[in-house]
Design a protein around this ligand. Structure first.
Ligand code: ZN
Length: 124
């Protein structure tokens, strides 16, 4: 991959990472507010819906954390020069596919194959 393309993806990944970090901080503030509201509204119905919100928030944070890890791995691959190569067949993944999914590690052929195998495992 050209250095110029690598720089584009590096910028894109860093921006996405920054966005996720900002969201994660926002989510934590949201959780703080949940604690405060619970004090002022001791009604059990309100409390139940607040608990529900909190579980949802925790799930979102887990997903954000996993995505941040994937972004870090992708940035690592840019540094060591393996970014944009499929980890299965070592062919170029392709700029178009990387634009759509910058954290991917598989070319479209290997990804399709993997998905087909996963479907087979699930149905057998
Ligand atoms: Zn491949």
């Amino acid at each position: 991959m050209k250095q110029r393309d690598l720089n584009t993806f590096k910028k894109l990944l860093n921006e996405r990472r920054q966005e996720l970090m900002t969201e994660a901080v926002g989510t934590m503030h949201g959780m703080g507010m949940v604690e405060d509201t619970r004090e002022s509204f001791p009604d059990p119905t309100d409390r139940a819906s607040l608990e529900g919100n909190r579980n949802l928030t925790l799930r979102i944070r887990d997903r954000e954390r996993k995505l941040i890890t994937k972004i870090d791995e992708a940035l690592g691959r840019i540094e060591d020069g393996t970014y944009g190569k499929c980890e299965e067949c070592e062919q170029d993944i392709g700029i178009e596919r990387l634009r759509a999914r910058p954290v991917t590690t598989l070319c479209i052929d290997c990804k399709s194959l993997q998905e087909a195998q996963e479907r087979k495992i699930r149905t057998s």
